[in-house]
Design a protein around this ligand. Structure first.
Ligand code: ADP
Length: 184
């Protein structure tokens, strides 16, 4: 069991674990365009939240995003059976060597933080968006996350948790943070 580590005056926390177990105001889902659930963290969140989450997502599709949720956009539902009160669904970009998609990945984090702040939430937890099936190189994704957090967290009262599924990912993130000069 690893203990949490913090940066940015305690406003950024990293842990290793299963995001579906976290008691935070909102967890972020690395969803896909359809919002209908899938594998990876998306599947785990849908299983833990229960069938009502799928119904809420269908509703979002019909009323707000008939063409599907675009890359870098966010949409919110209740958390239903999850300990988290809300789920913020966002679609990370599929990695491509020849196209720079860093702004799209940054938008997933930026817009999730902005939506949480707008809703008056205080705690939010993220998985490592796009670094699973969507293939984003982990170190590059971590740099983007750190830049967005450093840009946004000082200006509000949100505390963000990055929840890594494996110890290896958590260690890799720590190394990127120290290479970029972030002090704990
Ligand atoms: P994407 O399609 O955006 O790449 P994935 O779900 O394939 O999304 O993977 C994103 C990250 O989420 C990966 O690092 C994966 O290990 C992690 N992950 C999978 N299940 C969980 C979970 N229950 N809690 C936290 N992270 C998870």
């Amino acid at each position: 069991m690893t203990t949490a580590m913090t940066w940015m005056s305690g406003k950024l926390r990293i842990i290793q674990g299963d995001i579906t177990t976290l008691e935070v105001d909102a967890i972020v889902n690395a969803a896909n365009h359809s919002l209908m659930g899938g594998g990876g963290v998306d599947g785990a969140i849908h299983r833990a939240a229960g069938g009502e989450l799928k119904t809420a997502c269908q509703d979002l599709r019909q009323k707000q995003w008939p063409e599907g949720l675009p890359d870098g956009e966010v949409a919110m539902t209740p958390g239903f059976n999850l300990p988290a009160r809300y789920v913020i669904h966002t679609v990370g970009p599929v990695y491509a060597k020849t196209i720079d998609k860093s702004e799209l990945l940054a938008n997933c984090y930026r817009k999730s933080l902005a939506l949480a702040a707008q809703q008056g939430l205080h705690t939010i937890a993220f998985p490592a968006i796009s670094t699973g099936v969507y293939g984003y190189p982990f170190d590059q994704a971590s740099e983007i996350v750190l830049k967005v957090m450093a840009e946004k967290l000082p200006h509000g009262d949100l505390t963000a948790t990055l929840c890594f599924f494996s110890q290896q990912d958590m260690d890799a993130f720590r190394q990127v943070a120290s290479r970029m000069g972030y002090q704990r």
